[in-house]
Write a protein that binds this ligand. Structure first.
Ligand SMILES: [Zn+2]
Length: 437
């Protein structure tokens, strides 16, 4: 057992001073505010629970700075993203994902939901182990010291009734049954959990959704929904209903479901997502980068949905920025201030984020939970003078203000021992792009 005295820690309701936490076998065995123990290890700063990044495509990290300068739309960006997907092999993917997950760890992210769809070789054939690429991602998370939920993604078609093309031949499985068999065999280790995803209603025909629903069980289930108006229009044309309604009609909007983006929703969509008590994963820095639009975060919350946050395309990896962006985007959309409290946004980034990834036992500094700690500097150039509470963390801090990170009872990021993440990312991304730099 190890005892730490946290100078000031978020315990779910507010910040408390002098919180004694005892950690054994990677979990908190006691949490006592207002303590003055003689022999606990002091931890200075503002301490919050581990952050959960609920929507990641690790390889998109290679696009940062390269696509932002281009004109176009989501669809022209997607062509550039496919160019990276076409180049990956297990070695380059391991290097890129390891470096990306290290960037996450240093930003206070203790668990990632990896929406994983690059399954096959570039020619569309399967690797000797059809889960090769999923195992690469689990290994990358292990190297970075964080937990991972592999959201192994079903992808069957390019569009409504269109066969997979180009890089998409790497994404596919032959059938729902083939996918389910492969996913059942995927075991990434003790730090990894296997969930499931449907890429989108574009990529899986409605006729296959019942098969997904009946196989799913209690696994975390994620799906891209209504990120683009064109996707909604095509879905209504093909099936006469919106993507959210289509998924609900096939039993796929449930309390274990996370609808990613959920940007362009109807009133009916909001009611059914909220009514199911599902999660909505917002990725504001990606959504702004891609020109997606601003989703109805507060209306979803008020209808009963739980908000989570993701860095998605990794244009930015900073969940502090994602937290405040949810509120600030609402301000732009409504010309009103004060939709989300800092406490609610912190809950989205920690407790609810972990729950949506199937780690109900993480995301809080509480007895029995996994011992994750994120130490935020209250006296950095960003946070100095900005107070010492949740408002400081959500509205002033950024990823660079994270000083130390504990995952499952062990420090994975330490001041003075931080990974040389920049060099590692540079090397990994150079390998992916080769001479086309
Ligand atoms: Zn995505």
């Amino acid at each position: 057992m190890t005892a730490y005295l946290l100078e000031r820690a978020w315990l779910g309701d507010r910040f408390h001073d002098d919180v004694l936490v005892e950690v054994e076998d990677g979990r908190f065995t006691s949490v006592t505010p207002g303590s003055d123990p003689p022999r606990a290890i002091p931890v200075r700063g503002l301490v919050v629970p581990g952050l959960a990044d609920t929507h990641s495509h690790a390889f998109h990290r290679a696009l940062r700075g390269r696509t932002q300068r281009e004109r176009g739309t989501f669809w022209t960006w997607r062509d550039q993203m496919y160019a990276v997907a076409a180049r990956l092999d297990p070695d380059t993917y391991l290097a890129l994902a390891s470096a990306t997950f290290r960037e996450m760890a240093a930003a206070g992210i203790t668990c990632v939901g990896e929406f994983h769809y690059v399954h096959r070789r570039p020619d569309g054939s399967t690797y000797d182990d059809p889960n090769e690429m999923g195992l690469v991602l689990a290994e990358a998370a292990r190297r970075a010291g964080i937990r991972i939920t592999l959201l192994d993604t079903l992808y069957l078609s390019s569009g409504f009734g269109v066969a997979p093309q180009g890089a998409q031949v790497r994404y596919v499985d032959g059938s729902v049954g083939e996918w389910a068999t492969r996913v059942e065999a995927l075991d990434g280790g003790a730090h990894a959990l296997t969930g499931a995803a449907v890429h989108s209603v574009r990529a899986v025909p409605a006729s296959e959704l019942d098969g997904v629903a009946s196989w799913l069980g209690e696994r975390p289930f994620h799906v891209h929904v209504s990120e683009q108006v064109a996707e909604n229009r095509a879905c209504v044309e093909a099936y006469g209903v919106t993507p959210a309604r289509l998924l609900a009609d096939h039993g796929l909007v449930r309390p274990t479901t996370t609808l990613v983006h959920a940007t362009h929703l109807t009133d009916d969509d909001i009611a059914l997502i909220g009514g199911a008590g599902a999660f909505a994963a917002f990725c504001p820095t990606t959504e702004r980068d891609l020109g997606d639009g601003i989703g109805p975060s507060r209306r979803l919350h008020d209808a009963g949905a739980r908000l989570t946050l993701g860095s998605d395309s990794h244009a930015v990896i900073d969940l502090f920025e994602e937290m405040r962006a949810v509120e600030l985007d609402e301000r732009l959309a409504t010309q009103q201030r004060g939709h989300w409290s800092a406490a609610e946004l912190l809950t989205a980034a920690t407790t609810d984020g972990h729950a949506s990834l199937g780690w109900d036992d993480a995301g809080a500094i509480a007895v029995g939970r996994r011992a994750d700690l994120v130490v935020v500097d209250p006296a950095s150039p960003r946070t100095a003078g900005a107070g010492r509470d949740e408002g400081t963390v959500v509205f002033a801090a950024c990823a660079e203000d994270v000083q130390r990170v504990m995952v499952d009872g062990g420090w994975v990021v330490e001041e003075g021992q931080r990974y040389d993440i920049g060099l590692e990312l540079e090397a990994a991304i150079t390998r992916v792009w080769g001479d086309d730099r």
